[in-house]
Design a protein around this ligand. Structure first.
Ligand code: SF4
Length: 446
């Protein structure tokens, strides 16, 4: 049965508390900082999309210069605090740490980054100020990581920025699309406010491109436009029964969880989650943490091809989620309009497809799961309608840009998930920096 309020207040609190606890004290942070070899060629920095000078900020922690350390991080990544909580560091900086070659535990870079940045945010240390007014106005669509990072760089150069955000809060996927035990809604709000503290950035909330304003309006009223609206439309399964009550989108499920509070979110007894990306993991683990008795994840390929990292898979397994590999949803069966069963095809692997991964082939055999809730996490698709409507060059809805982050429309730039179709938060932050740099050049400010 799908129901809300399954747990006690304490159970909700425990289940959604921080999955990566911070250092207990200064000594603990310094012990790990002092393990760092401060490598000259710093493979960890090369593994960071925003190129944070990692050995430098770790050395500053070792020397108890926390302010300096936070400055080093924020200089390259203004969302360095949030990234320290949500980055899949095992495939980025920590995955590149030389200690892996020595078959020893890598330096806990994310935990150290969190140590410095959280101190800065708690103490409201501000490291950046605005230059004198440049006399230019830029409009940004989307207050997610790409939009905020772009806005911050522009504001530092004295540009007046207005961000148009369709939601009630800023932060984008960070605020609405990531498991609450990784980043709390309160933290996301604090991070947005920390970024806005520089001044010169106004966010107009609940303003959606194509609905509340047009691209022509932005072009007419601003000197340049940056499109950083991300991707937000869930990919449909296109199978019979998909519209039955109890079939939900992972993005909507996670969004509601963050927007409405845990007890009010209904969850089934037996939940099937379709997909094996980070969003699927976040949906599955949170369904379990909301009180679902059984959560089964289904993926049409094998562990070798899964898009999530091993660390994420381990979290799902530790939470008691079951995994069925080589299974593809074929049909949802219901009774009285509600989900009752999910029929799946058994798959096998064939030749590699365009993604380079071996493609799944239907064996013709099926199996059936008794479920009362299905969460679809088969990826997201770009805002193709909007992109086509405004005649932006695109590839299947992903906006095409040149090396200057410019679209085919003069003065309109783009970046982040709207361009790449969906990557990590840290990639979006870098895209925002690149976009700002290109806009400054276009406006002849830098
Ligand atoms: Fe320190 Fe590892 Fe980076 Fe070397 S690779 S500087 S040991 S964190």
């Amino acid at each position: 049965m799908i129901e809300s309020n399954r747990l006690t207040e304490k159970q909700y609190k425990d289940n959604f508390s921080d999955i990566h606890p911070p250092f207990e004290n200064k000594t603990a942070a310094q012990v790990d900082a002092n393990r760092c070899l401060f490598c000259f060629d710093a493979p960890c920095t090369k593994g960071c999309p925003t190129s944070i000078d990692i050995p430098k900020f770790i050395k500053q922690i070792a020397n108890d210069d926390i302010k300096g350390s936070a400055h080093t991080i924020f200089k390259s990544n203004i969302m360095g605090a949030g990234c320290s909580k949500v980055c899949p560091v095992e495939k980025l900086c920590e995955g590149a740490c030389v200690y892996n070659l020595l078959e020893e535990k890598p330096i806990p870079i994310a935990k150290l980054q969190r140590y410095a940045t959280e101190k800065a945010m708690t103490n409201q240390w501000q490291f950046f100020s605005r230059k004198a007014a440049a006399g230019k106005k830029v409009a940004i669509v989307g207050a997610g990581p790409a939009g905020l990072s772009c806005a911050h760089v522009l504001s530092r150069e004295g540009v007046d920025v207005t961000i148009f955000e369709k939601e009630k809060k800023g932060g984008g996927l960070m605020t609405y699309g990531i498991a609450a035990y990784k980043v709390t809604p309160e933290f996301c709000e604090d991070e947005v406010n920390y970024i806005l503290a520089i001044g010169g950035i106004e966010i107009k909330y609940e303003q959606e491109l194509g609905k509340d304003f047009t691209l022509a309006y932005l072009k007419k009223n601003y000197d340049a436009v940056y499109l950083g609206m991300g991707v937000g439309v869930a990919r449909q399964l296109n199978i019979p029964g998909e519209k039955l009550e109890g079939v939900v989108d992972a993005i909507r499920f996670i969004y509601d969880l963050r927007d409405k509070g845990f007890p009010s979110i209904p969850v089934g007894d037996h939940v099937a989650v379709i997909g094996m990306g980070m969003t699927a993991i976040d949906a599955a683990t949170q369904a379990k943490r909301l009180g679902a008795k059984k959560v089964t994840m289904l993926y049409r390929r094998t562990q070798e091809e899964m898009p999530c990292t091993q660390v994420e898979l381990d979290i799902a397994k530790l939470d008691g989620c079951e995994i069925i590999w080589l299974a593809s949803p074929q049909r949802v069966k219901g009774s009285k309009g509600k989900v009752k069963q999910l029929v799946c095809s058994k798959m096998k692997l064939g030749e590699p497809d365009t993604s380079g991964r071996r493609s799944p082939i239907d064996t013709g055999e099926t199996f059936t799961l008794d479920v009362d809730m299905i969460i679809k996490a088969a990826g997201q698709v770009p805002y193709e309608k909007i992109v086509t409507k405004y005649k932006l060059d695109n590839k299947y809805g992903k906006i095409t840009i040149n090396e200057q982050c410019a679209t085919n429309i003069k003065g309109v730039f783009a970046g982040g998930d709207a361009v790449n179709g969906g990557k990590e938060v840290v990639d979006a932050v870098q895209a925002g920096k690149d976009g700002a740099k290109a806009i400054l050049k276009f406006l002849k400010i830098a």
